[in-house]
Design a protein around this ligand. Structure first.
Ligand code: KG4
Ligand code: ZN
Length: 339
């Protein structure tokens, strides 16, 4: 057994300021997440300039807490990991400049991580024995991808959203229903009291064999339904609308993930990203996976949401291959992943 590798990770791509210390890629010594949700709630969504300012206010304290909780000294760190995209440019730059300063001051490598790649690694933290290859759905507020994880750092994108991300659709429909922000957990909750087959909203499967998604047509259908009910003066059953909308989203997400797993002979259908916390998605996927002899895996809710531990895990597998970044690394708001 060689020396332990401790990585301090920083994540500031959207509205969570997070820092973590991860040992040997899979052991989380600390994972501090300071959420800005309460600040952005009153605006109905994330305001980029406000997010940057909040990251700047919080980042030092969050890193201090991560180091204290991990009980690791700065001289015991082997690398600094940081998300450099995709995300909000001002928000990313706060994390990136802090990480560069630490890497330079401590004279240890900087490792830039793609945020989408990070989400996948939440599963390596959750399942200590999990190894690639497997097929993974990364669904969150900014992205919805089906990815064949060929190896650590090698990804084939099988499908992606052509318009709204799944989480974005949840957030927009929740806003229209007057539920608040962020919409995903609120729709998930209220749907438990509604009927998923109350309204027949469309499911966009696109061309045969496509693993891409499209949620904008569904979003328009929900808006049209609500407007037509209002014009008729008929009361809207919020729980039924939420449950029927949610069912349309998770039906397509789970079908496409399973088709992709079957095509690639993946023994697992793996979930990641904020939407992976959706209780109906987990339930429906488990039902469908059972029929196909595929095992469904997903991280604990705290690892589904944006967090730095997943960034530290991804960085470990780059560190052991000597894949470090230059101190000239820049934030790339539309950074893509894979082949
Ligand atoms: O991964 P994440 O924390 O941030 C991004 O990278 O975007 O994902 C946040 C998204 C939001 O759109 C939120 O509404 C959605 O994930 N979300 C959910 C649930 N919890 C969070 N969507 C559906 N059901 C949930 N339980
Ligand atoms: Zn995310």
């Amino acid at each position: 057994m060689g020396k332990d590798i401790n990585i301090l990770a920083i994540e500031t791509s959207c509205d969570e300021t997070s820092s973590a210390v991860v040992k040997n890629g899979r052991v989380v010594l600390s994972n501090i997440i300071s959420s800005q949700i309460n600040t952005h709630k009153k605006f109905g969504g994330v305001v980029p300039e406000v997010a940057s300012r909040k990251h700047l206010e919080n980042i030092s304290g969050v890193i201090d807490s991560a180091m204290n909780q991990a009980k690791v000294e700065y001289k015991g760190l082997d690398a600094i990991a940081v998300t450099y995209g995709p995300g909000l440019v001002g928000a990313l730059l706060i994390g990136l400049t802090t990480a560069k300063g630490l890497a330079y001051g401590l004279n240890i490598p900087l490792i830039g991580i793609n945020h989408i790649e990070g989400h996948i690694f939440a599963n390596f933290i959750q399942y200590k024995e999990l190894e690639p290859p497997f097929v993974c759905l990364v669904a969150s507020g900014g992205h919805s991808h089906i990815i064949n994880v060929l190896d650590y750092g090698r990804y084939k994108i099988m499908g992606r959203t052509r318009d709204d991300a799944a989480g974005e659709a949840f957030d927009k429909v929740a806003r229209t229903l007057g539920l608040g922000y962020p919409g995903g957990p609120l729709i998930d909750n209220v749907s438990k009291k509604g009927k998923a087959d109350a309204i027949d909203f469309p499911r966009a499967y696109l061309e045969e064999g496509s693993y891409d998604f499209s949620f904008s047509g569904l979003k328009s259908s929900v808006l049209n339904y609500i407007n037509s009910m209002k014009m008729k003066g008929t009361e809207i059953n919020t729980a039924d609308v939420a449950a029927s909308f949610q069912e349309s989203v998770v039906d397509v997400l789970s079908d496409k993930l399973i088709w992709a797993a079957i095509k690639e002979k993946s023994p697992y259908a793996v979930l990641a990203g904020g939407v992976a916390a959706n209780s109906r998605l987990r339930e429906l996927l488990a039902e469908k996976c059972g029929e196909n002899n595929i095992k469904v895996l997903y991280p604990d809710p705290i690892l589904c949401t944006d967090n730095a531990a997943m960034i530290g895990s991804a960085a470990y597998y780059k560190f052991i291959k000597g894949e470090t970044s230059s101190l000239n690394l820049n934030a790339i708001p539309n950074l893509s992943l894979g082949l």
